[in-house]
Design a binder for this molecule. Structure first.
Ligand code: WT7
Length: 652
């Protein structure tokens, strides 16, 4: 809990308050605090009526019989309803003026551009759904998507959803080993990929990673490949097919399946406290209702907006706020394939200027990078189209928040700092920009219908400004339904830490005004550049190398990334420490998980500090990694001399 208290102190002095500008509130979906508080009260008193009211905005083949069936810890929402999320994101708009509205405006890293109207996107989705059907994909089958940020990724997701196949998007930065684990865990039948993608001017070789993975994934029958970079690749006869060739063989007529409300929509893997990532399962109707509503209210989305969420679709933010939430609202979504500093550090601002972006949703780690690169880059561009800014992924420090407000938002754009998780599916704690007065660094208050609290380990609410565990006290529509293939872990991790209450894994405090201040993870999960990684995952990657006997991984606060990964490694007897071995081990982790898990620093040590029961004392390692010395209590340590050695190692 040491990080929790440190953060409480550092943020406790933040006293600035920014009410929404009157001109923004007047035109907003939610116009005042009074209106928001009324909604919160209504939703608190009658949550099922509140969500049912919101669900009516969507298209149902058959209306539900029962809003919520709650058999803790399993929820079913809109029981008995029939719905299709692809239909709600596409077909529903075709009978309106939005048919010819831009759904996706896409910009590739090299500068190529494509725009797809709702009509055109619908056509592509229907055709690809027919391709999937022709390849033998049926309702309930799992399909893995390992792709760059190109329109075909959104098309693939919507095509799966259209026929009731469950997609599992695997971030293109993950390695082939990570791909194998995820494909096998869900027994995916088909993989959609691309020859490669562009990142900072270099090609990311996706198909090569897939070729490597498919040697060890018996469930996969077919691989469909989008031509993106046109760099030659291997195509396995009988197994691999080009997207553009298959698309020629099908027609564009593919009615959306009438699916149960609880039909599995997607699995998305995220890190937990063990070495094995968790396949978070989301279902259809509840997920759609909450992503639809939060997109509309939190981003105050209007038909004339150009909306840009910069997240990769490989993460939940991309699922909920690049694809499903915005498209179900009929929005114009901007998608950018590449890095924020390619070819220059002003790429984002150039995009905002050229496409007249109105709403920008990005990550604190990106903002910190922009600050470092210097304000001359955004100042070169006309950012006057922006009217709302958002952040997600980790706590934002007040300095970065103020920079975002002044340099990007010119002091006039409200900022929505949105707290949520892969597991929650949609935004949970957030300002509503026309109503909420914001405080830099606070995600403010729970969304209507969400009952959040801060508790002690034994389930007691803490007082104002006391640190504790962030919990959610009643089910919400877009909540995860289980961990794929491991319902015991679902129960254990989320609903048994405090009995019957959802345990988020974050530390938080609530101030005297009821504002939530999220202080980050309290478990062995670390947040590197807004991405979640389990220390255990990185440790097992290290230990899988022949030279490593034991490894302990901790996070060290990092100005840019939020946290940097520091690994303490004990070598097998026959190996000796060297800089070269450090490089080999860092490359090994990259191969096992992906570049985002590469340790910033590796330290060799003869032994790791342990308690008498053999548990590694990470708290000490964290202290050593951060400050170089240990102040805390060490009476449970087995071998005190270990500390001296770790310190000595640091000095050389
Ligand atoms: C963890 C969830 C939700 C999409 C991106 C991350 C941290 C997320 C905030 C925020 C403080 C935040 C939490 C959370 N987090 N948003 N606004 N303020 N912390 O999804 O990979 O599932 O990670 O990200 O620690 O538990 P994820």
């Amino acid at each position: 809990m040491s990080t929790v208290t440190t953060n409480i102190e550092s943020l406790a002095h933040e006293e600035r308050v920014f009410p929404p500008p009157a001109s923004f509130s007047q035109k907003a979906h939610l116009k005042s605090m009074a209106e928001l508080e009324r909604l919160r009260r209504e939703a608190y008193e009658h949550p099922e009526e509140f969500w049912a009211g919101m669900a009516q905005e969507l298209y149902w083949f058959r209306k539900w019989d029962k809003v919520l069936q709650w058999e803790p810890p399993h929820a079913q929402w809109f029981v008995g309803g029939k719905i299709n999320i692809s239909y709600n994101c596409l077909d529903r708009h075709l009978s309106t003026w939005r048919g010819n509205k831009a759904a996706l405006i896409w910009e590739g890293e090299p500068g190529d551009m494509r725009t797809l109207t709702y009509q055109q996107l619908h056509r592509e989705v229907c055709r690809f759904a027919n391709v999937l059907k022709r390849a033998g994909v049926q309702t309930g089958d799992r399909v893995a998507l390992y792709m760059p940020l190109i329109p075909e990724l959104a098309i693939s997701m919507l095509a799966c959803a259209r026929i009731g196949a469950t997609h599992s998007v695997i971030f293109g930065g993950f390695s082939s080993t990570a791909l194998i684990d995820r494909i096998n865990d869900a027994s995916c039948k088909l993989v959609v990929t691309a020859d490669g993608g562009w990142r900072r001017g270099s090609e990311v070789k996706l198909k090569a990673a897939v070729d490597e993975a498919l040697k060890q994934t018996p469930s996969v029958e077919t691989c469909i490949v989008v031509r993106r970079t046109a760099v030659p690749i291997h195509m396995e006869a009988g197994r691999d097919h080009w997207w553009h060739e298959l698309m020629e063989t099908v027609d564009a007529n593919c009615p959306a399946e009438e699916l149960d409300s609880e039909h599995p929509l997607f699995i998305l893997y995220t890190s937990g406290t063990t070495g094995k990532p968790k396949g978070i399962l989301h279902t259809t109707a509840g997920y759609l209702v909450q992503t639809h509503l939060t997109t509309k209210w939190v981003f105050d989305l209007k038909d004339e907006d150009v909306y840009w969420c910069t997240a990769d679709i490989g993460w939940v933010t991309g699922h909920s706020y690049v694809v499903y939430g915005p498209l179900s609202n009929g929005a114009t979504v901007l998608m950018y394939e590449g890095a924020p500093n390619h070819p220059e550090p002003d790429r984002f601002w150039s995009i905002v200027e050229r496409h007249r972006v109105n709403i920008l949703y990005t990550a604190p780690t990106a903002i910190r990078a922009f600050i470092k690169w210097g304000e001359q880059w955004p100042l070169k561009h006309d950012l006057s189209s922006l009217r709302l800014l958002g952040t997600v992924g980790e706590p934002i420090n007040p300095e970065a928040w103020m920079w975002y407000r002044e340099i990007i938002g010119k002091g006039v754009c409200p900022i929505v700092d949105t707290w949520w998780q892969t597991e929650t599916g949609a935004i949970m704690i957030t300002p509503l920009p026309g109503a909420t007065a914001t405080k830099p660094g606070s995600a403010t208050k729970p969304f209507p219908g969400i009952e959040a609290d801060v508790m002690t380990r034994d389930g007691k609410s803490v007082g104002a400004n006391e640190g504790g565990y962030l919990v959610i006290k009643r089910p919400w529509p877009s909540m995860l339904r289980t961990i794929w293939g491991d319902d015991d872990r679902y129960r254990e991790q989320y609903w048994s830490q405090i009995d019957g209450i959802y345990f988020a894994g974050d530390g938080a405090r609530v101030d005297e005004d009821g504002y939530f201040w999220i202080m980050g993870r309290i478990d062995d999960v670390i947040n590197v550049s807004g991405h979640r990684l389990g220390t255990a995952e990185v440790e097992s990657a290290l230990v899988s190398h022949a030279a490593v006997a034991e490894a302990a991984v901790v996070a060290r606060p990092d100005e840019l990334k939020g946290s940097a990964i520091i690994a303490f490694v004990t070598l097998e007897g026959t190996h000796t420490p060297s800089d070269q071995l450090k490089e080999i081990l860092r490359a090994h982790v990259t191969k096992e998980i992906g570049a985002l898990a590469r340790p910033e620093e590796i330290r060799f040590s003869d032994m790791l500090p342990k308690t008498r029961s053999g548990k590694i004392m990470r708290r000490l390692l964290r202290e050593i990694a951060t400050s170089g010395s240990v102040a805390g209590d060490v009476t449970t340590l087995e071998d005190f001399s270990v500390l001296e050695k770790l310190r000595a190692e640091e000095e050389c």
